[in-house]
Ligand binder design. Structure first.
Ligand code: C2E
Ligand code: CA
Ligand code: CA
Ligand code: CA
Length: 278
């Protein structure tokens, strides 16, 4: 299609129209999907230096009745724009808490932690902390088992409110992990103010570790920052043994990535030999 000038948006652009239709369709289908329970949580193992599973990250999957599985990268942004992330996010949290309760009942899985991604839009709701409190009580969760992953990019406005909410969660034994770390801008000074438990090194730095000298120094710096702030550090997107070894040599002993396991349905996760504690 011909490119239209600034004030002439009247060209019919079939490609654009396609995108709009797709988007309208997805939004409508998301509403139906919520009503009809088309979502599922997958679990990706998080392991320690001995390859023992210490926990998981819960990652949402949408089974679209016609289009099959739709990636969260595609529908989470739409859910955020439309506010549908609130019911979806609540479902994710509740499902995760139920799962943690199940794990707690069994000595073989009682040590596992579970990380849940929470969108900024969800986190900044005034009711968010009380919803979490309610779930912690309802499912009788032990301290330290539920982790909330927030991204650096959400720490831009309403800082006082965000910090207060984080403190309230922490005081109830909820851990907070800063996801995709390194992709935004946070100074040490600023990180010092946040009640965090963990920094999660973004996949983009891990994937080129072997080749890219810059990524090497970024990763080393992040690990040092975590140490300086007494925070745990976990690397995401670990795909090779070399990456794991490099991370270990530099003081990072928790990992997540395809090398250890892809996100998988609950049954598969619970069958992993390496989750058993002894
Ligand atoms: P994220 O939080 O950064 O999650 C990590 C993503 O990296 C996941 O993609 C995971 O499958 C993928 N991944 C893990 N290990 C590797 C690896 O070794 N190599 C590569 N190439 N990729 C790896 P996924 O499951 O498609 O999720 C994409 C994003 O969607 C997540 O990125 C997160 O931002 C969002 N998301 C997923 N579930 C939820 C949810 O329940 N709530 C919210 N608000 N967002 C979610
Ligand atoms: Ca995450
Ligand atoms: Ca991440
Ligand atoms: Ca990421």
């Amino acid at each position: 299609a011909k490119k239209s000038g600034k004030n002439s948006a009247c060209f019919y652009d079939p490609e654009m129209q396609n995108k709009i239709n797709l988007r309208i369709g997805l939004e409508r289908d998301l509403r139906i999907g919520i009503k009809e329970h088309q979502f599922e949580l997958f679990y990706q193992p998080q392991v320690d230096n001995k390859n023992c599973v210490i926990g998981a990250e819960a990652l949402i999957r949408w089974h679209h009745p016609k289009q099959g599985m739709i990636s969260p990268d595609l529908f989470i942004p739409i859910a955020e724009e439309t506010g549908l992330i609130l019911p979806i996010g609540h479902w994710v949290l509740e499902t995760a808490c139920k799962q943690l309760q199940q794990w707690q009942k069994n000595s073989q899985t009682a040590h596992l932690t579970l990380s849940v991604n929470v969108s900024y839009k969800q986190f900044r709701q005034v009711e968010f902390v009380s919803q979490v409190t309610h779930l912690l009580n309802e499912y009788q969760l032990e301290q330290g088992k539920l982790k909330i992953e927030l991204t650096e990019s959400m720490l831009v406005d309403k800082m006082e409110f965000i910090i207060l909410s984080m403190q309230q969660l922490q005081s109830q034994g909820v851990q907070i992990s800063l996801d995709d770390f390194g992709t935004g801008y946070s100074s040490l000074q600023y990180l010092k103010r946040l009640p965090l438990s963990q920094l999660k090194i973004d996949r983009s730095f891990v994937s080129d570790l072997e080749k890219d000298a810059n990524d090497k120094s970024i990763v080393e710096t992040i690990i040092l920052m975590a140490k300086a702030l007494s925070l745990n550090v976990i690397a995401e997107g670990v795909e090779t043994l070399q990456q794991k070894e490099y991370l270990a040599e530099h003081g990072c002993f928790c990992y997540q990535g395809y090398y250890f396991g892809k996100p998988m349905p609950i049954g598969e996760f619970e069958s992993l030999e390496s989750i058993k504690s002894d």
